[in-house]
Design a binder for this molecule. Structure first.
Ligand SMILES: Cc1ncc(COP(=O)(O)O)c(C=O)c1O
Length: 406
């Protein structure tokens, strides 16, 4: 019925590649397979006890059940601004330069909705976490991409990044208004140095664009690597906002708590649009999130150590199984180049075959953009034994490609 009525905005969204792998995963499970699931960045650990207790305590109070504050309760906004001061020595006015969001994904969708005029252009390096580009597409803007390049240790080739960014910026009409950056990067795990942000802030001021930076995996770093923030660059607030999430650092993915900070004009736009669209997160969640940010951060170190250890186990076991991998410096993923013998399949076919024949689920790189098609993303959300089992399955799985060669 009403076939002539079409929804143009929804039509802009392609079929989610991940949905295809997900459906297959469900079908395999229904058929009795024990699928080892590395496909989603959904932390498998518990939210730390003190945060859960605060939620319960606050939920028991009768005064916390009404509409909350859409931009975030003042104590949470203060905790956000203190977090930035402590970590990045950056002063932020809690009321005008900080906004709490229902997870940072919601923040991206609504920020783009608030600031995009029809036809505005955003530059987003490829591959990308999908909402970084689709937020602009859905809001009526256009997205221009260039391939993100990094070395074998997953460090961004920063000179090449700026050459590409300059080129794309010069070639594009109308002039791009927004550039989205995300380091540690999802899906590639690539990282940058503090100088990267000095350069991009200087370029933004010269060429007049805003930068939207996402440091969702900022806490999850290994060895000596510390995630830099654009907010540490003097004057960054003139041209930049940055987002963070409690989903990964505190295993709070289902709680939906994130935040954006920085440039008053952009933060004000997000606060304003949110005041029309929502009444804020449930107050006890905001209270517990405040405790997470202000409290003892040992829980974050424990969560990070777990990913660090799992990455060691996975890189070692998969490499021995015939899938050579190298360790990265950050995030809860391994961005794994498809073994040469199977590269011809492309990431979607490879992922489906891996699932059907080795009972191992991964995210196909193509789901993050064209430049991802030689890779799959492996989330470190299974325990050591399951990782080793996956490696055994993969060893058998890869044999067929050697046999094909004979
Ligand atoms: C780079 C990046 N940004 C943002 C998010 C969204 O996180 P949330 O909406 O849970 O805050 C994710 C989730 O996987 C992510 O990988």
């Amino acid at each position: 019925m009403f076939d002539e009525i079409e929804f143009d905005r929804i039509k802009k969204l392609p079929k989610y590649v991940f949905a295809e792998v997900n459906e297959l995963k469900m079908a395999e499970r229904r058929a009795g397979a024990d699928v080892i699931d590395f496909s989603m960045g959904n932390p498998d650990g518990d939210t730390p006890e003190h945060i859960r207790q605060k939620l319960i305590e606050s939920a028991q109070k009768t005064k916390t059940h009404g509409y909350s504050t859409s931009k975030g309760i003042p104590k949470l906004l203060l905790a956000i601004s203190d977090w930035y001061k402590r970590r990045y020595n950056c002063e932020l006015d809690p009321m005008t330069e900080c906004v709490a969001t229902m997870g940072s994904k919601e923040g991206y969708a609504h920020l783009a909705y608030a600031i995009t005029n029809p036809g505005d252009v955003a530059i987003v390096p490829d591959p990308t976490y999908p909402i970084h580009s689709y937020a602009f597409t859905l809001a009526g803007g256009n997205v221009v991409k260039f391939a993100l390049k990094f070395d074998e240790d997953y460090k961004v080739l920063e000179d090449e990044f700026f050459t590409d960014l300059e080129r794309v910026f010069q070639e594009t009409t109308p002039k791009p208004k927004y550039v989205v950056v995300n380091f540690p990067h999802n899906p590639s795990t690539a990282t940058v140095t503090p100088e990267f942000y000095e350069r991009i802030v200087a370029m933004a001021k010269r060429d007049r664009f805003y930068i939207i930076s996402d440091i969702a995996y900022g806490d999850i770093t290994f060895g000596d690597y510390v995630t830099p923030s654009i907010m540490s660059v003097p004057g960054a607030k003139d041209v930049a906002v940055e987002s963070f999430t409690l989903s990964k650092s505190y295993n709070m993915a289902g709680w939906r708590v994130g935040f954006f900070v920085g440039n008053k004009k952009l933060i004000g736009a997000l606060q304003k649009i949110k005041s029309w669209l929502d009444y804020g997160m449930f107050t006890p969640i905001q209270v517990a999130a405040t405790v997470a940010l202000n409290g003892d951060q040992q829980c974050v170190r424990d969560i990070t150590d777990k990913y660090d250890h799992r990455q060691d186990v996975l890189v070692d076991a998969f490499t021995r199984a015939g899938w050579p991998l190298r360790k990265n410096q950050a995030s809860m993923f391994v961005w794994a180049k498809i073994p040469d013998c199977a590269l011809h399949l492309g990431s979607l076919e490879f992922s489906k075959k891996l699932l059907k024949e080795a009972q191992v689920a991964v995210a196909p790189g193509i789901g993050f953009g064209e430049s991802g098609d030689e890779y799959v993303r492996i989330a470190l959300i299974e325990n050591d034994n399951r990782i080793r089992q996956a490696a055994r399955n993969i060893k058998d799985f890869l044999k067929q490609f050697e046999d094909e060669k004979k």
